[in-house]
Design a protein around this ligand. Structure first.
Ligand code: AMP
Ligand code: MG
Length: 520
């Protein structure tokens, strides 16, 4: 395997001087050297060929034994030194102290086609940051991370990527529901890829420890390698850096809102400094449109990470990052201005995004009211978000009377759609028709445009669960079927219509299909 390997992170940033792999507080260092665990019988289940090509891995490398060994941590490429990163974080609103890569181990950086990537294994064994856990991952959560990160990429949502999914051959003990019933599950390893795995918590940890020297070293490194267009590190550029992180974070969350993705654990250790979706855990996809929905069982009481709250949490997390960067800037005003701008930008971008979902291009100062009315209509009866918006693109200007018919496939209980509800929908469609009069696009052109932002296929919670159930029985075909399907989420794929369907009834309350625990 001939890769253009780099070790930028470990060569330029301070390392933990202790080499022993024991759990501890690691001070004044950005990472600890640590080797992945040897596993019993590693087997690659799936690879992302696009990602392999991006890294410069050839077709013949992919099928080699070396590939499986390297991307499960069983063999190291010459001259590479794996490491786990040190970071902290706010979890569910509280400072949690040192967290770090408890089960992620970075293998190396690769430069290819003028892009640099870090390759990281998730589930490759314990590190100094593993705290009381085992450093391992199970097959179900690894399938979910693998499929979803690639699906998000093809939906045009900023995200970390995945290169491969493998089983380790070892068993891993998990209490899936946190109810005292532990069971052995298949261990698995995902190799993930990103230009950087730095998180808000990577900076917070040094600010919390008042280690301003390492904080500055890390921020300067980040600007040099990932925000080099801002110029050399300076107080002014630290402010610009924060402004850009804020913009990227908002942009990412607006995309989540557009496709109905709910991250589930937006702790600051799960917020990428590059504004990429990272750490796919108990995430979920909206089925019935509902601002109050959270997929995470740990979050059920306060619903902090519910769909409708994601933009607010993005802002809350940026406040924590602002606090962490403050020692380098020593002025609150520019940071506050940026945070205020997030709020106004959110209003603007959210409106723009919703207008694109409705196929509206011109400006009308009452558009926010039309959208508000739509959001109210969507909760009259349980209405599938993906199917609703996709089918809305079939609407013909002036056809308000047909409106309910156009979108009725999105209703979970069509029999319970009373005359009153039907009338409310017709009222909304009449407003929509009136508004469409201002638009110049033909029905056909509007439909084509709407189909580029309203996906036909998303990784519904039950779809991932079907792939998991099969995989636990040793059948991995569905992983590939879903992977292929989700490579073209905006295209009509006629032989795949079965995945353009509401969540089946059996999945409504099934574990993994409606709610997920953090146990992974
Ligand atoms: P998460 O909320 O899954 O992003 O994880 C929060 C923290 O817990 C991170 O520092 C993870 O590395 C760590 N963690 C989660 N699961 C494990 C595990 N099985 N072994 C070790 N550390 C873990
Ligand atoms: Mg995490």
């Amino acid at each position: 395997m001939k890769l253009n390997l780099k070790q930028t992170f470990t060569e330029e940033l301070p390392a933990d001087s202790v080499l022993e792999n024991s759990r501890r507080q690691v001070k004044e260092a950005c990472f600890s050297f640590v080797n992945p665990k040897q596993t019993k019988n590693p087997e690659t289940l799936h690879v992302s060929k696009e990602m392999a090509t991006a890294l410069g891995i050839s077709e013949s490398d992919l099928s080699s034994e070396l590939f499986t060994k390297v991307f499960t941590g069983n063999e190291l490429l010459p001259k590479t030194r794996p490491y786990a990163m040190c970071y902290g974080g706010h979890q569910f609103g509280n400072w949690a102290g040192q967290l770090g890569d408890g089960r992620a181990i970075n293998l190396f950086d690769v430069e290819n086609n003028n892009k640099q990537w870090t390759v990281q294994l998730k589930g490759a064994g314990e590190t100094p940051y593993s705290r009381s856990a085992d450093g391992l991952a199970v097959l179900r959560s690894s399938i979910r991370e693998y499929l979803c990160s690639e699906a998000m990429f093809h939906l045009n949502v900023p995200t970390t990527r995945a290169l491969s999914l493998a089983i380790s051959g070892d068993e891993v003990l998990r209490d899936m529901l946190y109810d005292g019933n532990s069971a052995n599950e298949k261990g698995a390893i995902v190799s993930r890829v990103s230009p950087s795995f730095l998180r808000f918590g990577s900076y917070e940890i040094f600010a919390a420890r008042q280690d301003h020297k390492t904080l500055k070293t890390l921020v300067d490194f980040t600007i040099k390698h990932h925000f080099s267009h801002l110029g050399a590190p300076s107080k002014e550029n630290y402010i610009k850096f924060f402004a850009e992180v804020s913009e990227r974070t908002l942009e990412m969350i607006i995309h989540w809102q557009r496709v109905g993705f709910v991250h589930g654990v937006m702790n600051t250790d799960n917020m990428s400094i590059l504004g990429l979706t990272i750490d796919y855990g108990p995430y979920g996809w909206l089925e019935g449109f509902d601002f109050g929905w959270t997929p995470n069982t740990t979050d059920i009481q306060h619903k902090r990470y519910r769909y409708g709250n994601q933009p607010n949490i993005g802002l809350w997390n940026l406040y924590q990052l602002a606090n962490a960067l403050y020692p380098l800037i020593e002025e609150t005003e520019p940071l506050e201005t940026i945070l205020d701008r997030y709020k106004t930008d959110f209003e603007l971008k959210s409106l723009e995004m919703m207008k694109s979902k409705l196929g509206l291009e011109t400006i009308d100062d009452k558009d926010h009211l039309l959208i508000e009315a739509l959001e109210n209509a969507l909760i009259l009866t349980e209405t599938d978000m993906t199917i609703f918006f996709r089918n809305l693109s079939n609407h013909k200007k002036g056809g308000a009377k047909q409106g309910v018919n156009t979108v009725k496939d999105a209703f979970y209980t069509p029999n319970e759609v009373s005359d009153k509800i039907a009338q409310q929908w017709q009222d909304w469609f009449e407003r929509y028709d009136f508004r469409l009069e201002k638009e110049s696009l033909s029905d056909k052109d509007r439909q084509s445009k709407m189909k580029t932002v309203n996906p036909k296929y998303v990784l519904r919670n039950y779809m991932a669960q079907l792939a998991i159930d099969d995989a636990n029985k040793g059948d991995y075909k569905l992983i590939d079927e879903l992977y292929q399907l989700l490579k073209q989420p905006y295209e009509e794929q006629l032989n795949m219509e079965k995945w353009f369907a509401k969540r089946p009834d059996w999945a409504r309350h099934k574990v993994g299909c409606s709610m997920l625990s953090c146990s992974s």
